[in-house]
Design a protein. Structure first.
Length: 254
């Protein structure tokens, strides 16, 4: 390791492709590769963790062996016990409390700042309390202003702006407001199975055609002054009488 143009707080290792700029930044490195830090105490404790990038005051300062993390912002991935992998924290104090959390993406001020061990979460939002309630949950997607999970340990939750919520495991969406299709079609809809399911035009046409096939049509020819309208009974016991034109003599009744 050598000094860089009289900057005593900058350390460069060309062999291992590392660069650290800032007081105590990268000061504990022993075998890490492809790592970059910029800021006071950024990546201070890294020893053998590879492929990490920390930009900001005390960003990722406690990491030692975790790999492929990105922290941009003061105190992002701050925890002294942090050794997770493949996390992205962008914003002041983003993923601040993470310890062994893996593959999380937190973008925004204090985004997922109280998460400790949850994995595979995505939070993108604004507001100083956005997503701070989640501590150990996993596989959640939270997007919007001041978006909060339903509980601190919830898993597989989707919440977009508080309007579209759902479950990322079952792939079920629950609308929190009316859906305006803006004069566009909803296509490729499955056939309904319960009373409140939507139905396609084809399904309705087929059902109507099947129902019409259950009736026996009888043509009634009048004899004299009297017309006997015969009752037709379908296969399920329903009755119906229909006619297209009926003329009755004077003073005759139906």
């Amino acid at each position: 390791m050598t000094a860089l143009t009289d900057l005593t707080d900058c350390v460069v290792n060309y062999t291992d492709q590392n660069m650290f700029l800032g007081q105590s930044s990268g000061g504990s490195i022993t075998a890490a590769n492809n790592s970059t830090s910029l800021g006071y105490l950024a990546l201070r404790d890294v020893t053998s963790g590879d492929g990490n990038t920390a930009i900001g005051n005390q960003a990722m300062k406690g990491l030692t062996t975790g790999i492929q993390n990105v922290a941009v912002g003061a105190s992002a991935l701050f925890n002294d016990s942090f050794n997770g992998n493949s996390n992205v924290a962008i914003g002041v104090s983003a993923l601040y409390s993470a310890t062994t959390a893996d593959t999380n993406i937190a973008i925004g001020l204090s985004a997922l700042s109280n998460l400790t061990t949850g994995d595979n979460n995505i939070l993108i939002g604004t507001g100083d309390t956005v997503g701070t309630q989640l501590t150990t949950g996993s596989n959640n997607i939270l997007i919007g202003h001041q978006i909060a999970p339903s509980s601190s340990s919830v898993t597989n939750e989707l919440n977009i702006g508080g309007t579209v919520v759902g479950n990322t495991s079952t792939k079920v969406l629950e609308l929190q407001a009316n859906l305006d299709a803006n004069a566009k079609k909803i296509t490729d809809l499955a056939d309904p199975t319960t009373a409140q399911d939507a139905a396609t035009k084809q399904y309705v046409d087929d059902t109507a055609s099947a129902e019409s096939g259950k009736w026996t049509v009888t043509t009634v020819t009048p004899s004299g002054d009297d017309v006997d309208l015969l009752t037709n009974i379908d296969s399920e016991g329903y009755t119906a009488v229909s006619y297209t034109h009926l003329t009755l003599p004077t003073n005759r009744e139906v």
